[in-house]
Write a protein that binds this ligand. Structure first.
Ligand code: SF4
Length: 367
């Protein structure tokens, strides 16, 4: 795996910078401002995306801010330029979901992922702009999805891994009814400067406990555990070298104004004296396909690719991780060519160690 692929597997779009919530761990810098994406930006993105979707499966992920805060009419206008075979996903806090939004999701074949951190008492960081808990509004939105029979994914942030939490979360999400679950250990990035340094054994035990909970009722696709098991199986089969893509997926984020930031949505909207605004171009000035062909020449991207090579030559977990996490490197280390971050320790190294710890603890006595 070397360099950036010219064609991504998906594009992240920011229909508005606004979010109606004000979560304590949010990384977004302009979430109180309603800066909406003009339709011309969506048209420009679609001009590159539609041919990609004709050739292969392709997704657009509508991310925010809170994408539903753009309103149905505007989001519908942004979707219109995309060909019918483009798959649409939305990452939402669910608080605005009602019957009309469910009809919208059905009409556009839009797959919904909901951000919720577990039971009510685990959602203390998810609050409205007035500081009021958002939990009741989140579960009302989820109940509306379920009433309409719409499948959904869930994304949970864990701010403090502690014993018992993994089991509690997994059982909660079984009840909630999601079919895919992703667990993110809170990251220090963007405007979130909260610490994410945890005891290695505690984080490893969290992931091991999560695997154990999942194995008792493996009816949810548990993103992190499935990644780890796929890697472990490839190591056992001797095919691990073929698991990482040949080139890094550039995962372009198209900001509300058409600016394109590759590799890390979390960098969009930030500027730095050394790296400028991190963007590799603007779709209103050049086609997305052309911007991506030249993205490896963006100064910080070159430095990041050097960091990936440093990971490859020094880190025993590289075959699993692939050395991503551009924004975590920048926000934790102040540059892109470092290697280990607290994020990769928490979410890659200790994840794999947790899965292995679970396997060791449940080894068959006959083995
Ligand atoms: S786990 Fe960390 S140090 Fe290792 S390859 Fe991944 S990013 Fe690099």
């Amino acid at each position: 795996m070397r360099g950036l692929a010219a064609v991504p597997s998906y594009v992240v779009m920011q229909p508005t910078t606004l979010c109606n919530l004000d979560c304590a761990y949010c990384y977004l810098p302009f979430r109180s401002a309603d800066r909406r994406m003009p339709v011309a930006v969506a048209e420009a993105v679609a001009a590159s995306v539609n041919p990609w979707a004709a050739a292969d499966r392709f997704s657009v992920v509508w991310h925010g801010g809170e994408p539903l805060a753009a309103g149905r009419e505007h989001l519908g206008a942004l979707l219109a330029p995309f060909a019918p075979d483009v798959e649409h996903h939305v990452q939402t806090n669910a608080t605005l979901i009602d019957d009309a939004w469910c009809a919208f999701f059905v009409e556009h074949g839009m797959r919904v992922s909901v951000s919720v951190d577990g039971p009510r008492e685990r959602n203390g960081d998810r609050v409205s702009r007035a500081g009021r808990p958002a939990y009741d509004r989140i579960v009302r939105g989820v109940a509306t999805l379920r009433r309409h029979g719409l499948p959904f994914s869930a994304l949970a942030v864990v701010s403090r891994p502690e014993p018992g939490l993994a089991t509690e979360l997994y059982e909660y999400f079984l009840d909630l009814g999601c079919d895919v679950l992703g667990i993110n250990i809170e990251e220090t990035e963007g405007v979130n400067t909260r610490d994410n340094v945890w005891d290695a054994a505690e984080v490893t035990a969290f992931w091991a406990e999560l695997v154990a909970a999942w194995r008792r009722a493996p009816s949810i696709h548990l993103r992190e555990v499935e990644w780890s098991l796929r890697y472990a199986a490839a190591v056992l089969d001797g095919t691990a070298d073929g698991l990482l893509p040949r080139r890094l997926d550039p995962i372009p984020t198209v900001g509300y104004d058409g600016s394109v930031t590759v590799l890390s949505p979390e960098l969009a909207g930030f500027t730095d004296a050394r790296y400028g605004d991190f963007s590799s171009g603007n779709v209103l000035a050049a086609p997305l396909a052309e911007i991506l062909r030249g993205a490896a020449g963006t100064p910080w991207v070159g430095e990041f690719l050097a960091g990936v090579e440093a990971c490859r030559s020094t880190c025993p977990y590289f075959g699993f991780c692939g050395g991503g996490h551009a924004a975590n490197r920048y926000f934790e280390l102040g540059r892109f060519d470092g290697t280990e971050t607290e994020h990769c320790r928490n979410s890659k190294i200790r994840l794999l160690e947790g899965v292995l710890e679970h396997a060791r603890d449940h080894e068959s006595p006959a083995a």
